[in-house]
Design a protein around this ligand. Structure first.
Ligand code: NDP
Ligand code: 2IT
Length: 456
């Protein structure tokens, strides 16, 4: 016992030292530090049991991206004025497949955001069981208030540079915040023009007529609900008859709400970055889809169609609404310690992260310490990238699967991630802790592939 304690202490020192190095090499990148800290803390028991990972410096290598690309994106707005944005792509880890991960267009995008997303993507992609490495990209371009033609010109300029670095067997981007099928369409059109060949597998999340997959649009939200339902069922709970609060009203949020409703839950609130709506009768999803998918309007407009609902300015207050299940599906650090306290005192049973890193580290600790069932992002939102990988498979084989086939595969993938993460948590003495379990499963698959391939 004493020996194990000493070894654990040594490993903790090694991990802390490595974390300090990450911070000094990547100064001021607070989101990136946060993502690394969560993973490092989870890996201590694995490193104690498998010292080879330390000897071969696997973690030291994994935390350094294989490649980090930034580039200028000049484009002309509708007034004829030249605008300049910054483009990014991090090619983080290619040991289990081509780099894979979304593109985010949002004014807050910077190196820290791209690196945190890319780092988490490595483990998420490994968890899916598919053969995809980790990558991420995007731009500080703000699509809000831009015309379709401005968005198209921006996408064309962005792809003119990005095309030098991607390919169906090299790096396969997809959507994320601010990037949906429309933007992917413009990006694909430009890539095709530059390459002079129809390489459908270079991007995922494409429209169906451009080689996209049925079920990709719904996959992240549906997958999150499938994962959380597994977690609930094990404790004798279910979405059926539960009240649910879902933040955001974008791609992930809308399809998480849709599946939760299908399973018999009452979804009573959702939001955008300006504020949230509360509808005691249950949200009317057709109205949300019309506002967000068709008319590009603010969520505030919802109350016009549903006078019994209320709108509150500011997105954080959504977590003060009493509910059984909370699904943060908007953005990083949207659910902090104070919000976690509110949810807990209101009797929350489960939290499922549809967004990437939506809960702060102290919020996660508080949920776990209070016995709240907690589904971490890397595991719970992996359905999106999993179906992206199925899209790549269909493109390579020149076949087209039905919605039912995709949905059945997605369900199996989400159930498997849940089962494997729970098993790893138990094996490494953190029973029920899916944060630790998911990080361990993702890490070991990538680490073992890296070791097989030499010092890479
Ligand atoms: P969308 O752009 O479709 O929607 C984003 C939603 O979140 C909008 O309602 C937006 O409101 C809100 N939001 C964005 N930024 C902020 C902010 N700073 N503060 C408050 N609200 C904000 O993006 P997605 O639904 O695709 O992505 C949502 C989350 O899910 C992200 O964390 C993303 O990384 C993650 N994710 C996405 C996957 C996918 O397949 N798309 C897969 C896995 C994870 P507003 O319109 O006002 O900006
Ligand atoms: O965060 C994510 O997993 C995504 N934005 C989806 C990535 C993908 O390649 O489908």
């Amino acid at each position: 016992m004493r020996v194990l304690e000493l070894e654990t202490e040594n490993v903790r020192n090694y991990v802390n030292h490595l974390f300090e190095m990450v911070k000094s090499r990547n100064p001021n990148e607070v989101e990136f530090h946060q993502a690394v800290k969560e993973v490092f803390d989870s890996l201590v028991p694995v490193l104690v049991k498998n010292p080879t990972y330390i000897k071969l410096r696997v973690l030291d290598r994994m935390v350094e991206p294989e490649r980090f690309i930034t580039f200028r994106v000049p484009w002309v707005d509708d007034e004829g004025i030249v605008q300049v944005n910054r483009g990014f792509r991090v090619q983080y880890n290619s040991s289990i497949g081509p780099y894979k991960g979304g593109l985010r267009f949002h004014p807050s995008v910077n190196a820290s955001i791209i690196k945190f997303l890319g780092f988490e993507q490595i483990f998420k992609n490994a968890l899916t069981g598919q053969f995809i490495g980790g990558g991420k990209g995007g731009s500080d371009f703000d699509p809000k208030g831009k015309s379709d033609m401005e968005i198209m010109r921006f996408c064309q300029s962005f792809m003119t540079e990005l095309s030098k670095h991607i390919g169906p067997d090299l790096d396969v981007p997809a959507g994320d915040i601010g990037v949906g099928a429309k933007e992917i369409g413009y990006l694909f059109g430009q890539y095709k023009k530059l390459k002079g060949a129809y390489e459908a597998g270079v991007l995922t999340g494409k429209g169906i007529d451009s080689g996209g997959s049925l079920g990709r649009k719904e996959a992240t939200g549906y997958g999150t609900v499938y994962f959380v339902e597994e977690m609930l069922n094990e404790k004798g709970y279910s979405f059926t008859g539960s009240t649910v609060v879902v933040s955001g009203s974008g791609n992930v949020s809308i399809y998480a709400m849709e599946k939760a409703m299908e399973l018999g839950a009452s979804v009573i609130a959702c939001s955008d970055s300006s504020g949230y709506i509360y509808d005691p009768n249950g949200i009317n999803l057709d109205t949300v889809k019309r506002l967000k998918e068709v008319e590009n309007k603010r969520i505030k407009e919802y109350v016009k169609a549903h006078p019994e609902s209320t709108y509150v300015t500011g997105w954080k207050g959504i977590w003060t609404i009493p509910c059984d299940i909370a699904l943060p599906c908007a953005t990083q650090n949207e659910l902090d310690f104070e919000s976690a306290k509110h949810l807990i005192s209101n009797g929350i049973k489960a939290v499922g992260e549809g967004a990437n890193m939506p809960s702060t580290l102290d919020a996660i600790d508080e949920f776990l310490a209070s016995g709240v069932l907690f589904a971490p992002a890397k595991a719970a939102n992996a359905g999106g990238v999993a179906v992206s990988s199925l899209e790549m498979a269909q493109n390579s084989a020149r076949i087209f699967w039905s919605q039912e086939e995709i949905d059945a595969k997605l369900k199996v993938i989400m159930k498997t991630i849940y089962k494997k993460s729970m098993e790893a948590a138990t094996e490494y003495d953190f029973p029920g802790n899916l944060v630790v379990g998911a990080n361990i499963v993702g890490f070991m698959r990538v680490a073992d592939a890296m070791i097989e391939q030499g010092v890479i």
